[in-house]
Write a protein that binds this ligand. Structure first.
Ligand SMILES: O=P(O)(O)O[C@H]1O[C@H](CO)[C@@H](O)[C@H]1O
Ligand code: HPA
Length: 301
């Protein structure tokens, strides 16, 4: 047994050994001829992003060895391989959350599978609550940066022994979201004429599952967060660690209450309803980003 394994024994049920990543990767590659270059992680209510792909091959999460299953409404729990024009892609219809009881190694498991499959770029999407007073419901926020609030408290997907086959012990996170992809997205947004509801901003991850108190929301505002959600940051961190290029799009599904006199109460059904409302434009945007980013073969991460 190597000394690291002895120092940090993984629980029996852990999926996070290199052998397990390999096993799942090989299982998937044996079941399909698709060899994806772009992975799309679909957030709450955004699974329909996969509908525009052609030549699809679909796996239910429950049938994939070592894969967690989705337990939240609006997360279908399917892995969809398919083509967006000439680009081979893989879509996660639904992702995993700390509040479901998953470890961060389980939450981020698919990202390392994508890396081993040869994926180069990850497009992450999510639903979030708008904290920036200028944001409106239905706005799309291009993620410029994030705050890993659970990470501050030691809930971090890279804690534990570092596997150098994936990345270095102390990865830089100051450029987690590719500048080139953000620029490309802004160009496409202006071509599509939707600049009036696309913003750039900082996403903050909280563990959930409750939505924020007003005092918490005010604290997040002071910290410089433009929106808040319960996902994405672990996946982005692991993607960046293993050298994947990342773009994040966050749909503002509700405004977070910063004021005790505000009567509206946020709920998950409203989150899903707004996601559905923006599906078409997000499909268009995602399709153009995927096609162009492959054509331009931007090399900087
Ligand atoms: O981040 P995604 O999964 O898109 O969804 C967001 O919406 C759900 C709450 O309504 C939470 O899961 C939150 O994180
Ligand atoms: O207001 C919110 N807070 C946290 N997560 C969320 N996901 C969608 N909206 C929200």
């Amino acid at each position: 047994m190597d000394p690291l394994t002895r120092l940090y024994p993984l629980p029996e049920s852990s999926c996070c050994s290199f052998e397990n990543y390999n096993l799942t990767t090989e299982w998937l590659l044996n079941q399909t001829n698709h060899r994806p270059k772009v992975a799309v992680i679909c957030g709450s209510g955004l699974g329909l992003l996969a509908d525009v792909a052609t030549d699809k091959k679909i796996f239910r999460y429950q049938d994939i060895p070592n894969f967690p299953v989705s337990t939240v409404a609006g997360h279908e729990g399917c892995l969809v391989f398919g083509m967006i024009e000439d680009t081979p892609c893989v879509f996660m219809q639904g992702h995993f959350h700390l509040y479901e009881g998953y470890s961060l190694c389980q939450v981020t498991f698919p990202v390392r599978i994508f890396k081993l499959m040869g994926v180069e770029t990850v497009l992450v999407t999510n639903a979030s609550g708008g904290i920036c007073p200028d944001f409106k419901v239905g706005d799309i926020m291009i993620m410029k940066d994030h705050i890993n609030l659970p990470g501050f408290a030691g809930q971090h997907p890279l804690c534990g022994p570092n596997d150098e086959r994936f990345g270095i012990r102390f990865p830089c996170m100051s450029d987690a979201y590719s500048k080139d992809l953000r620029r490309l997205t802004l160009d496409i947004v202006s071509e599509l004429g939707c600049s009036n509801y696309v913003r750039e901003g900082v996403y903050c991850m909280v563990s959930g599952p409750n939505f924020e108190t007003i005092a918490e929301a005010r604290m997040l505002r002071i910290l410089g967060c433009d929106s808040v959600g319960m996902s994405t940051v672990p996946e982005v961190t692991v993607a960046k660690h293993c050298g994947l290029r990342v773009l994040g799009l966050s749909l503002i599904t509700n405004k977070v209450s910063l004021d005790y006199s505000r009567e509206e109460k946020v709920n998950h059904e409203e989150v899903l309803e707004i996601s559905k409302m923006r599906t078409e434009v997000l499909q268009k945007l995602a399709t153009m980003i995927i096609t162009r980013c492959q054509q331009q073969s931007i090399n900087t991460h």
